[in-house]
Write a protein that binds this ligand. Sequence first.
Ligand SMILES: [Zn+2]
Length: 436
Amino acid sequence: MKEKPIFQSSKSLDQQFAELSQDIPLTTYYNDPQVKPLPLQWGASEPTARGPVVASRNGNGVYKHNAIGSYQGCYNIYHALAVASHQLDPTYKADYTNAHPAHNFKQLDQWSSKEKIVSIDPFGHLAPWCFAKTAESNDVEIKPTISITKAHLQLTEMEQYVKQGELTVDGKVVVNEAGDIAVSKLAVDPVWYLPGVAKRFGISEIELRRALFNDTCGMYPELITRPDIKVFLPPIGGLTVYIFGNPDDIANPDKKLALRVHDSCGGSDVFGSDICTCRPYLMFGIKEAAKQAQQGGVGAVIYFQKEGRALGEVTKYLVYNARKRGGDTAAEYFKRTECIAGVRDMRFQQLMPDILHWLGITKIDRMLSMSNMKYDAIVESGIEIIERVPIPEDMIPADGQVEIDAKIQAGYFTTGHQITKEELKNTKGRDYSDLK
Ligand SMILES: [Zn+2]
């Protein structure tokens, strides 16, 4: 790339800022004539009546966005860096030729419910196509917040399962002897309808807006200045749905469904760290989901970007240190997280069932999760869970026993022994002197 001269100005910083604020007026106040949000009726039955979620600037300098925040969640900052470093034209608009969904999900009644789905845009996969005219006539870019594709998974565990006879090759779901698995998959960015999110948590919209504004150090002024803008695109990770079998079958109550809802754990899922049960349970979930599809049903694994119980990986490693230097017993497991984070978990499963309702799931035959929080959220949202399937005990790494015992004692589902508080003191992980 051609090297660019470093920008130098003879003007003082104060002068430059004064010019900047003239170039980019702060027009975040309600009834400002420069702000003309495009109509957005959350809960309307048809996409055109609902209107697009718009989080981009108009080329003529008129603010037409009807959502607070930006497309692509936290990745928007990289987009800004690309613009700032002159590698991306700020007026560039995507060319979506052939990028449309690889599977056409039928529109369901709950897509137009103000309450059933409040944290994703039900029409997010269609946005650039069904709102093309609106985008053109208003000179705004309308980006999708959901994309749908197809893939094959190659995982060493699946190859092993085929070798051991636990998975059979059918050429459809398990496509070959190497254990490659065919999937349809959806990536979903969060889109929050603030009144609905507030209601889900049993708080007022104002309380929610105030906390979001304060906790982000004022990053989104419109949270408190624009009561007319009801949609927020939070700068957090989204989710991915992996579907095994025919995606249409997931909404068919006559088809058996095996489902795992998994919250991300980079250390275990990707790098194989043995301190928790995340990757083993994920692999078990994929195997069981694939098997259900082979047996005439359908399987799904939903992967949420909620690293370290949504406390983040930095906090997670601090907790590891506190555990390993403090005797690491199951009895103290949650206390170590509470000391550092103030709570033991920030995943807040209340919003999680939205994607299940979007997919049309009405019952789960085999729930591949032991979490009582996920179970409660799903059942309370009106979806029946018929059977709960814990991780097989022989898949739990020795050092991961601390976590699983602590969770079982705290309310996680098990078909095995109900661990008592007294017994928790005896489940002990490695300390640092045992690590190489
Ligand atoms: Zn983990």
